[in-house]
Design a protein around this ligand. Structure first.
Ligand SMILES: [Zn+2]
Length: 122
């Protein structure tokens, strides 16, 4: 069967488009390419800020957990890491109630047990 493409390479290079003249259709709306590119840039920076805030909130919460629980839940060593009691992979969340402070050794051991359990069930 022959290809339906009848005008190979008929499109101009993007750099040669006149952004003020070219009109694009986005979700049924007609926008000048210039407007569309401005909106995309704004959406991307809003998303960037949102992710940054999310990351900062995560860092704050981890710091809070380590302040509230200065010692490891399993042994008496100073806690340095924050564990998801129910792993994210098993449906756990990053809410405070699912977080626990552990030392690096216990955290590693727990994670290893969890990986083995997952392998057992798969
Ligand atoms: Zn420990």
């Amino acid at each position: 069967m022959r290809s339906k493409r009848t005008e190979p390479m008929a499109q101009p290079w993007p750099g040669t488009l006149d952004h003020k003249q070219t009109v694009v259709r986005v979700r049924g709306k007609r926008l000048r390419l210039e407007q569309y590119l401005i909106a995309m840039r704004q959406a991307l920076s809003v998303e960037k800020v949102r992710r940054q805030e999310e990351r900062r909130a995560g860092i704050r919460l981890r710091r809070q957990v380590l302040t509230e629980e200065p010692t490891c839940r399993y042994c008496v060593a100073p806690a340095t890491q924050v564990d998801h009691r129910l792993a994210i992979a098993s449906g756990g969340t990053s809410e405070r109630s699912n977080l626990a402070a552990l030392c690096a050794t216990c955290h590693r051991a727990k994670s290893q047990r969890e990986r083995k359990a997952v392998r057992f069930w798969l």
